[in-house]
Design a protein around this ligand. Structure first.
Ligand code: ZN
Length: 120
């Protein structure tokens, strides 16, 4: 077990340096933002910071979350794909596996059709 400064000084340091002082979502102990050592996923794009003592538990719960909740399939439009900076560097998927908008874009790239690419 690590020896830490007293709660008073940790909280004071957080306040002075502009870090949060919030309860850990796992153990409920108050901790400072500068001590935050990992995060507990609440979904695929966000999570809560956890205290240093709960990093292993957070990682275990995150792995269970990811197994139980596969990442959502994002339904991109052709315009979404064309406005991405690296649209032409997207991985090529077999036509039957690619979402329709991506398949259409891939076909344009393979046919050498520069018509809709950004900058044209
Ligand atoms: Zn904790």
């Amino acid at each position: 077990m690590k020896i830490r400064a007293t709660k008073f000084f940790r909280r004071l340091k957080a306040h002075v340096l502009g870090y949060f002082w919030l309860p850990c979502p796992i153990c409920r102990e108050m901790f400072a933002g500068y001590e935050c050592s990992g995060s507990l996923m609440t979904d695929w794009s966000s999570g809560w910071g956890v205290c240093p003592d709960c990093v292993d538990e957070a990682n275990r719960r995150n792995e269970a979350y990811m197994k139980a909740n596969p990442p959502p399939i994002v339904d991109l439009t052709r315009e979404d794909l064309l406005t991405m900076p690296s649209a032409s560097a997207l991985p090529m998927l077999p036509e039957e596996e690619a979402p329709p908008a991506l398949a259409e874009l891939q076909k344009g790239i393979l046919d050498g059709d520069p018509g809709d690419r950004p900058g044209n």
